[in-house]
Design a protein around this ligand. Structure first.
Ligand code: GLU
Length: 469
């Protein structure tokens, strides 16, 4: 039997990191089993779907390494509407489903409770199809539904506690529960690996598989992803869009490595490992069923390590979208013609060791390309104290005569200026840094000044000095 898995997102919003995690797990499982990965876009909720969300899913998958053309699909659930309706009809005709026109209020009035599920009122009333008649599945009165789940063992559900659930609405359109099963069936899916949130649907869906006469798939419900307060990641509260991480400058390699650690870890004490190790060692059966904490701080640290591991030339290439502003990434504060690729290449190795995310490249190097630095006023006030004017005067005089203009000479010169005033290098360089870069933190100062050049450095120091009059 060829293993066939599927990833079945609904295109109703940005692509959720939890979805990306499930996609990767499906992807690796298929690869390990010599199986097939199918992409199915569940686009039947016409009111909430937008074509751009579908494109977002495809490009986000591409970004984390599930590239277009290397999987089966994408299929669109809406294209299968005929099959869904046919299955609903089959279930009705075989007596496994019946029509019902009760409103919620009707059920409440009969049961006396707003919490009670459907009470089976129409089970044997023989109502036929018609406008406003929903089709309900007749769940067995007794017995157990045992779900075989690679991660959770055998969650078992009592059939009598499963209400006769709706499979097609009053307008005849099949609901998600049925459409999803019919698609899995038609696409020959053997393993359904999906988020834990769907586990309550699973006994109902398995009953549908049985009723339609097809052996149900093996299930694997991967853990819910939570924030630091142990709340399920929500798109209203948390940063959940994979695209947001991409645009902030997370590397795809770091991201997918981190996502795979949600509920699983490679052997030894390792967390940062080559993708090939994950592909080799990942075992779906070993995924921890407890909620998985999505720790953005840890992801940042991971990403920094991935950035530092890049060859410099790749780091330079990887920074380009932020240096030019492409796609959904905002343009940098300088004009394109102000950018100087050689100057950037000269400081790139210094920046590479300092970034957690690639977007941080911009505030680190903007001083090199802007005609005058963007002064952070809070930093200015904190740094420019009594004595700063005198210090800048002395530094300007010393730098005017400095030969050669290189980091080492700049450092020893400024050190001497500070020493004459009883100041350590840190205190001496702070006003110079703010004058030249506009900030209190950034790349190593003397290398930065070397690349910026004498004239531009002195112009900025003189401008700062004038402000201090
Ligand atoms: N379309 C469903 C969702 O995005 C997926 C259902 C499934 O994986 O079975 O939650």
């Amino acid at each position: 039997m060829t293993v066939r898995v599927r990833f079945a997102p609904s295109p109703t919003g940005m692509f959720h990191v939890g979805g990306a995690r499930s996609a990767l797990q499906n992807w690796i499982y298929a690869k390990q089993q010599g199986g097939v990965f199918v992409l199915r876009i569940e686009d039947t909720d016409a009111a909430r779907n937008k074509p751009e969300w579908t494109e977002g899913i495809l490009s986000a998958l591409d970004w984390i390494g599930i590239s277009r053309g290397s999987y089966e699909g994408p299929y669109f659930q809406s294209a299968n509407a005929g099959e869904h309706r046919a299955a609903a009809t089959r279930l009705y005709e075989s007596g496994r489903a019946y029509y019902c026109d009760c409103t919620r209020e009707d059920v409440q009035a009969r049961t006396g409770s707003q919490y009670q599920g459907y009470d089976g009122y129409h089970r044997d009333l023989g109502l036929g199809p018609g406008p406003g008649h929903a089709l309900r599945f007749r769940t067995p009165d007794e017995g157990l539904t045992v779900v075989v789940d690679l991660i959770r063992g055998e969650p078992t559900f009592e059939n009598k506690l499963i209400e006769d659930f709706v499979i097609a609405r009053g307008d005849g359109s099949p609901v998600f529960l049925l459409a999803n099963v019919v698609d899995d069936m038609t696409m020959g899916i053997t393993h359904v690996i999906r988020a834990e949130e769907h586990l309550p649907n699973t006994p109902k869906q398995q009953l549908l598989w049985d009723a339609l006469g097809v052996k149900p798939p093996v299930w694997a419900h991967v853990p819910v992803v939570v924030n630091e307060k142990r709340q399920k990641l929500s798109k209203r509260r948390d940063k959940v869009a994979l695209e947001a991480y991409r645009d902030e400058g997370y590397l795809a390699g770091a991201m997918r490595n981190y996502l795979m650690l949600l509920g699983w870890a490679p052997s030894g004490d390792r967390e940062i490992v080559p993708w090939s190790v994950i592909e080799d060692e990942f075992r779906l059966e070993e995924v921890n069923p407890s909620p998985a904490f999505f720790d953005e701080k840890k992801l940042r640290a991971f990403n920094g390590e991935y950035i530092r591991a890049l060859p410099v030339s790749e780091f330079v290439d990887a920074c380009q979208p932020w240096l030019t502003g492409t796609g959904t990434i905002a343009p940098p504060p300088w004009q394109p013609e102000e950018f100087d690729a050689d100057a950037f290449a000269a400081v790139a190795p210094l920046a590479q060791t300092r970034l957690a995310v690639l977007s941080e490249i911009v505030p680190n190097v903007d001083f090199l390309f802007l005609a005058s630095p963007l002064i952070d006023e809070a930093a200015w006030t904190k740094t420019m104290k009594d004595g700063s004017a005198d210090l800048l005067d002395a530094a300007i005089a010393a730098f005017e005569a400095l030969e050669p203009w290189d980091a080492e000479s700049l450092k020893s010169t400024l050190e001497a200026v500070g020493a004459e005033r009883g100041l350590k290098l840190g205190k001496t360089q702070a006003p110079v840094r703010v004058a030249v870069t506009g900030r209190t933190v950034g790349l190593p100062l003397f290398e930065s000044l070397e690349v910026l050049g004498r004239e531009r450095t002195l112009t900025r120091m003189r401008a700062a000095r004038l402000r201090l009059v």
